[in-house]
Design a protein around this ligand. Structure first.
Ligand code: ADP
Ligand code: MG
Length: 336
């Protein structure tokens, strides 16, 4: 059974950045305003996330890593979210099957924090001979989740992920994108033994996405971005986005897409927009594209890839065409 669980866990979590994405979404779901991520070896040796969110109640600690355990099924809106993004209650379980997982958490109404260790979806002793019960300890409100030695028990997977620099780059990229989309939340990403952070944003009530983009990608890119929007009731979509409108040269094309608040890939939309820019940009110049797309969850198909990152949706061609039209019109005006 554990082997089967480990295989399905490997489908949800394929590399450190997949695990981190789930952990960040959990922290955001818990209403955190500050999210700190610490990694070692691209997240393979250590992947730790500290948030200041709601925390996990002591009584829930024995089940949070069980498969399909979720506290997020109460509201109708949540049910729709399930429709959109497949798995629920699988992230922590999966991570506990393929790494050494520790949770340190404190809710505001508890006078101490609790620390618990997990293996294969269940509470586990911290060291041989210890009991499995969550232990009271000192701690601040919020949750710290630590995953160590990712894929220590999946040698085949570990072998594929030998390029630590690449894994780290993917982690940086992920945190940057979530930091932009969640501009009111502060994000810090750093390597365990290095004090200079790789990502550092200071969110606040008034912090805009553009300000975070400026911080991360530079003010030259940020100041040329135009906010554009497009929507259609019949096709059940609403798009708003920030689009570069000059011949600025970004070293590579940057395309960031959130569908229904989740970072996803959509090859057709990406290519469709990037191709449009080639009509306007000189050689060696690349666009910066940041798209927020809301779709009727029923129209989204996420089952084409187990990590649920590549997304297809109903009316895709028409919607892409309409978005292209809006961008095309703007580029026509602003790029000579
Ligand atoms: P899901 O997010 O789909 O509910 P997960 O496996 O990602 O499933 O998380 C399981 C449960 O653990 C969540 O429903 C939530 O109750 C709790 N949880 C996980 N991370 C956090 C966190 N950072 N803060 C508060 N609760 C959390
Ligand atoms: Mg989750």
């Amino acid at each position: 059974i554990d082997v089967i669980n480990r295989i399905s866990a490997g489908e949800v979590i394929q590399r450190p950045s997949n695990a981190l994405k789930e952990l960040i979404e959990n922290s955001l779901d818990a209403q955190s305003t500050v999210i700190k991520v610490t990694v070692k070896d691209g997240g393979l040796k250590l992947l730790q996330i500290q948030d200041n969110g709601s925390g996990i109640k002591k009584d829930d600690l024995d089940i949070v890593c069980e498969r399909f355990t979720t506290s997020k099924l109460q509201k109708f809106e949540d049910l729709r979210k399930i429709e959109t993004f497949g798995f629920r209650g699988e992230a922590l379980s999966s991570i506990s099957h393929v790494s050494h997982l520790k949770i340190l958490t404190k809710t505001a109404d508890s006078n101490c924090a609790y620390r618990a260790y997990y293996a294969d979806g269940k509470l586990a002793p911290s060291t041989a001979g210890d009991t499995i019960d969550p232990k009271p300890c000192a701690g601040v409100n919020g949750t710290q989740i630590t995953s160590e030695d990712l894929f220590f028990n999946v040698p085949a997977r570990k072998k594929v992920l030998r390029n630590i620099l690449e894994e780290h780059a993917r982690v940086v990229d992920l945190v940057r994108k979530y930091a932009i989309f969640n501009s009111k939340v502060s994000f810090i990403l750093k390597k365990a033994d290095i004090s200079t952070p790789d990502v550092f944003t200071q969110g606040g009530e008034g912090t805009t996405e553009k300000e975070v983009i400026s911080l991360i990608y530079g003010s030259e890119i940020a100041k040329e971005l135009k906010e554009l929007s497009s929507s259609n009731d019949k096709l059940e979509y609403k798009m708003t986005g920030l689009f570069s409108t000059t011949n600025l040269s970004s070293k590579k094309p940057i395309f960031i897409l959130f569908i229904n608040n989740r970072l996803v890939d959509c090859r057709n939309l990406k290519l469709g927009l990037e191709q449009l820019y080639t009509k306007y940009l000189s050689k060696g110049a690349y666009p910066f594209i940041f798209v927020r797309l809301s779709l009727n969850p029923r129209n989204v198909d996420v089952n084409i890839h187990p990590t649920k990152s590549e997304v297809r949706f109903l009316y895709e061609d028409q919607i892409i065409e309409l978005i292209q039209k809006v961008v095309d019109t703007e580029l026509n005006l602003s790029i000579l």
